[in-house]
Design a protein around this ligand. Sequence first.
Ligand SMILES: [Zn+2]
Length: 174
Amino acid sequence: MVNNRSCNFHTLFQRLTAQRYQNLVRRVSRVAGNRALGGLGASAVPFTLSDYREWLKTILGGEQGTCPCEYCGSYVTIETTVNDHRLPLSRGGSSGFENLAISCARCNNQKGAMSGPAFRDLMRLLNSWQYADRHDVLHRLETATRLAIDEQRHRAIDAKHNSVRYQRHFEQRL
Ligand SMILES: [Zn+2]
């Protein structure tokens, strides 16, 4: 019974880490592309999927382990943690382990493109405010991040449509 459960958990760990690693590669490649650095692509992530799994296992204390979110201190597991770059990639942050934080999804959303230390300072300040004020600011931050992600997604879809339209236009002229 116990073996069965840990076996299922191992499968879940493998699946989640593979997805997160793929997301990481995609994000790093996109920023590298935006910076027009050329030739960086997938190799811009300086560690392999198996390095990533070992790194997470060490920090969490095993595949079923748990550790505090670097920003709010709430405990996260492999199911609830997200990749967070302390200094965002868009601001020149490195894609290595030294810049990768263990964060809960909520903090990651609220943090947006802020640096880790600035976000921690903001959280400290907000914690000294009344709940309603703190809630209002954090809610705005989450909303702004969600809108920015939506906009990015729409821009990517538009770019794809435009390139198909251009291709058709070009073919008609041949
Ligand atoms: Zn958190």
